[in-house]
Structures are given as structure tokens and as C-alpha cells.
Ligand binder design. Structure first.
Ligand code: NAP
Ligand code: MG
Length: 462
């Protein structure tokens, strides 16, 4: 057990204003592995003041120099990749391989992409008799969730720093350790004092104080729709910019003629990875009625194979929430094809990989985000029916379409109300804009579109 004191503010580790601490628990064995300070309104105030003081200098730093610092940060993340992976495994419970490739690997790719974008982005352009400057928005308050704990911090911090903004991060209370490691990496990379600040703490205390602080110009939030709605209300009341990355209930649409086994296997892997704690997971599989029974059988077999390889959920609260949804699915008449509400281990916050068949679009498990290893398989009669079901939730974050050929898949994907669609198993692209239609959010992250969120324009007329 390690008791950490201090939060990274203005280039140094400083003691917290209050005595409160947060216990960090390893969800695989339920042991307390560390404590971190629970930051208060006062800590947030000190951090925001540091970020404000650092803003003019960082905003005036030439983009090439900001790019060089981001490249240095990327190199530190590479050098500390094993440590990052071990830390995420300890506080989130994700299997070591996933921690290496995704939890540590993706932030390296994203930081690298912003090192490149900072160097090449057109921060000035001409239109008619005007010159348009793309200037940093100012001080960014970033509030992040635990599911991809380092990625969520990097997806906000790297573009903000590339843009010339300064940042205060409030990470999720369940996963503050990799956030601390990131602050060390920022320091090692030679990013000037005050440009990046970290305050650990509870959402309703430190998170809310950050959103409400008059010294914050832009609030970037990733998390639940319920909290996002509150953050949006606070920000609009103060006329701040706001970016919200919220929940999802994405559809994996398998059209007749697709490679059924591949579409089902990739679809199950997509849902079970990270124990289902992925906002963009394709938690609804849509299959034509002629292929329905075969698809359910394939999905159940694929889920059963996941049995031992799946990690726990992040906390007892999340485990209980997911088990509650599984019970509700059964109560509303869906059929368990794999898994179920019983815990597969005595210790740790595990839930069995679960597949529901005979799910109809109106059921709770087909509408609400479960955020666990639970897949619902729904049947459709024709393409219009499939589209109605795919678009029939309040969310629109991601999705997938499988068809005999790309043209057919793309034609369907164009009609989907969602921010990202993978065509016939397309790969993750760290440069593609990520974000939601409808209640999945406001704004985009990653790539050039993610950078633009942290810029505002000023035009000179000649
Ligand atoms: P959450 O409860 O909304 O928490 C997200 C962050 O907000 C945490 O840092 C949390 O602090 C903080 N917070 C909580 N209450 C707050 C308040 N009143 N004011 C300010 N901040 C507050 O979400 P979660 O349970 O951690 O994460 C799961 C949800 O996030 C899912 O719905 C998922 O879909 C969504 N998500 C979306 C995306 C996306 O990109 N669209 C990505 C990942 C996750 P504490 O940790 O102390 O609660
Ligand atoms: Mg929470």
C-alpha cells in the first residue's frame, strides 16, 4: 500500500489543502493498493490559477516548440510503457496484454499524432481580404472517466497543449494512479510549469469546482450522460465552451451476405474487451431472422471462450449495476444464451461474459448503456427494419456494418445516426474524429477535428 501525498500543480508535487484521501482498490482482488489526496475547491483554485498564469507564455510558444515538447512526452510514455501497463492493470483490472497494447499503446499513438499535428497544422489562413488566426481557447478543465484512464486524459491534454491551451485534469477517483504517472511524464518531457496540472478528487467536489471555476474557459468532460448534462448546464450558464463525450449503445449490423462467423466473432470481442467498459462498444448485434439462430449460437460460443480471459469490472458498484441489468433482461423476457448474473469468482468484481437472445428493441437492455460484458442479439426482417432498430436509441456514438461488399455496407452506414462506423471490420484510426450524435455528446476528439475543439478564431480584415 502506497500513500501518495501531493498533486501536480505548477510544475511540482504540492500537498493538498485538506486531509481527505481516496483509497485505490485493485478490482481483481479487492485489496487497497494506494491512497491519493482528495482535492477540494481550494486545490482546484490553486491549479486553475497556475494554468492561467502559464497560459500567455505557452500560447505564445511557437507551434514547432510545442510539437517538440509533445514528441518528448511521447518518448517518455514509450520509455515508461511497462510501468503504465502495470499501473492500469492494478487499478482498473484489465488483463496485462490489453494494458500494454491499448491502455499504454493508444496514448503513445495519440500523443505522437498531436506532436505531428502541432508542427503541421495551419494556425493561420487567408480568406478573401482576411487573415484568420486559430488561437488557443485558454484554460481547459478536463474531467475524465476510469474506463480508458490514460487514453481519456491524453485525448484531451495532447490536443489542448498542441493548440496552446493550458490544462487542469481531474481524473476518475477509481483510477488516479496512471494519471499521476502521466503528470510525472509531463514533467520529464520538459513541459513548462503550470501548463499541465493534476488534481485528484471526487467528482461532485473537485470535478464540480473545476467546471464552475470562472478561470476555466473550456470544460471537456467524458463520462456518463447524467453528469454530462449537469456539466453542460454549468458551462452554458457561464458561457464557457464545453465538449461532452458521453454514453453509447452502438449497433453492430450484420447484413445478409456478410461473413457471418467473422462479423459475430469480431462483434463479441468488441463487446467483451475491457470487460465491456467501452462507451463505443457494439452492444447490440442486429441479425437477419434467417441467420438469427446461427448467429446466437456463434455468439454464445465466442463469449464462452472469453470466460477466463476477461478482467473484472472496475468496482463493486459497477459489478452490481451490470448484474442488475442482467437480472432485468431476464425479467423482461430475454433469453440467456451465455453467462448470467452469477459471479464467476469468489473474489474480485467479475461478471461472466453474457449473451442475450430474443432481445426486442424496447427492452431496457436494448436501450440503456450497461457498461459491462453483456451483448444483446436482436433480429430484423429487412434493411429498413435494421436501420430503424439501429437508430432507435437516444445514443449515437459508434457502430459497425458488415455486408457482402463495401459499397453495400457504406450505403447502410450513411443512413446511421452515429459518429463512427467500422465498415466490414475496419481498424481503429487515431486520426479519425471520435464523438457522438444525439445524446452521446457534443464535440469531437482525436486528429485535426479534436485539435480544432481547443482553438478559437480571430480574423483581421485588410
Ligand atoms: P461519471 O460518473 O460521469 O464520471 C466521469 C467523471 O466525472 C469522473 O471523473 C467523475 O468523478 C466526474 N464526476 C462525477 N460527478 C461529477 C459532478 N457532479 N461534477 C463534475 N464531475 C463529476 O462516469 P463514469 O461512471 O466514471 O464512467 C462511465 C460512463 O462514461 C459511461 O456512461 C460511459 O459511456 C461514459 N464514457 C464515455 C466515453 C466517450 O468518449 N463518449 C468514454 C468513456 C466513458 P468520480 O470518479 O469521482 O466519480
Ligand atoms: Mg463515478
Amino acid at each position: 500500500m502506497k500513500a501518495h501525498d501531493g498533486m501536480y500543480i505548477d510544475g511540482a508535487w504540492r500537498p493538498a489543502a485538506g486531509p481527505g484521501v481516496i483509497e485505490v482498490v485493485n478490482p481483481a482482488d479487492e485489496q487497497v493498493i494506494a491512497t491519493v489526496p482528495a482535492g477540494t475547491v481550494e486545490d482546484i483554485d490553486v491549479a486553475v490559477r497556475a494554468a492561467r498564469a502559464a497560459l500567455p507564455g505557452w500560447a505564445a510558444t511557437p507551434p514547432a516548440e510545442r510539437a517538440a515538447r509533445l514528441a518528448a512526452l511521447r518518448d517518455v510514455l514509450v520509455a515508461r510503457q511497462d510501468e503504465i501497463a502495470e499501473t492500469v492493470t492494478a487499478e482498473l483490472g484489465s488483463p496485462p496484454k490489453l494494458s500494454q497494447t491499448v491502455h499504454a499503446g493508444v496514448p503513445i499513438a495519440v500523443t505522437g499524432s498531436y506532436a505531428e499535428l502541432a508542427a503541421t497544422y495551419a494556425f493561420e489562413e487567408r480568406t478573401g481580404n482576411s487573415t484568420v488566426l486559430h488561437e488557443p481557447v485558454g484554460v481547459v478543465g478536463a474531467i475524465t472517466p476510469w474506463n480508458y484512464p490514460l487514453h481519456q486524459i491524453v485525448a484531451k491534454t495532447a490536443p489542448a497543449l498542441a493548440a496552446g491551451c493550458t490544462v487542469v485534469v481531474k481524473p476518475a477517483e477509481d483510477t488516479p494512479l496512471v494519471a499521476r504517472l502521466f503528470a510525472e511524464a509531463v514533467h520529464e518531457a520538459g513541459i513548462p510549469a503550470g501548463v499541465f496540472n493534476l488534481v485528484t478528487g471526487l467528482g461532485p467536489v473537485a470535478g464540480q469546482a473545476l467546471a464552475e471555476h470562472p478561470g476555466v474557459d473550456l470544460v471537456s468532460f467524458t463520462g456518463s450522460t447524467a453528469v454530462g448534462r449537469r456539466i453542460g448546464a454549468i458551462a452554458s450558464g457561464m458561457v464557457k465552451k464545453v465538449a461532452l463525450e458521453l454514453g453509447g449503445k452502438s449497433a453492430n449490423v450484420i447484413l445478409p451476405g456478410a461473413d457471418l462467423a467473422r462479423a459475430v466473432n469480431v462483434g463479441v470481442a468488441n463487446v467483451m474487451s475491457n470487460s465491456g467498459q467501452t462507451c463505443s462498444a457494439w452492444t447490440r448485434m442486429l441479425v437477419h431472422h434467417d441467420q438469427y439462430d446461427e448467429a446466437v449460437e456463434l455468439a454464445a460460443a465466442a463469449a464462452a471462450k472469453y470466460g477466463d480471459r476477461i478482467g473484472p469490472l472496475v468496482s463493486a458498484t459497477q459489478r452490481d449495476r451490470v448484474r442488475g441489468y442482467i437480472a432485468k433482461g431476464v425479467a423482461e423476457g430475454a433469453r440467456l444464451a451465455a453467462g448470467g448474473p452469477d459471479s464467476p469468482h469468489e473474489r474480485g468484481y467479475y461478471v461472466s461474459p453474457t449473451v442475450f437472445a430474443d432481445v426486442t428493441p424496447g427492452m431496457t437492455i436494448a436501450q440503456e448503456e450497461i457498461f459491462g460484458p453483456v451483448l444483446s442479439v436482436l433480429r430484423y426482417t429487412d434493411e429498413d427494419d435494421a436501420l430503424r432498430i439501429a437508430n432507435g436509441t437516444v445514443y449515437g456514438l459508434a457502430g459497425a456494418v458488415w455486408a457482402a461488399d463495401e459499397t453495400e455496407a457504406v450505403a447502410f452506414a450513411r443512413r446511421m445516426e452515429t459518429g463512427q462506423v467500422d465498415i466490414n471490420g475496419g481498424r481503429f484510426n487515431p486520426l479519425a474524429p471520435f464523438g457522438g450524435y444525439k445524446q452521446s455528446g457534443v464535440g469531437r476528439e482525436l486528429g485535426a477535428h479534436g485539435l480544432a475543439e481547443y482553438l478559437q478564431t480571430k480574423s483581421f480584415q485588410f
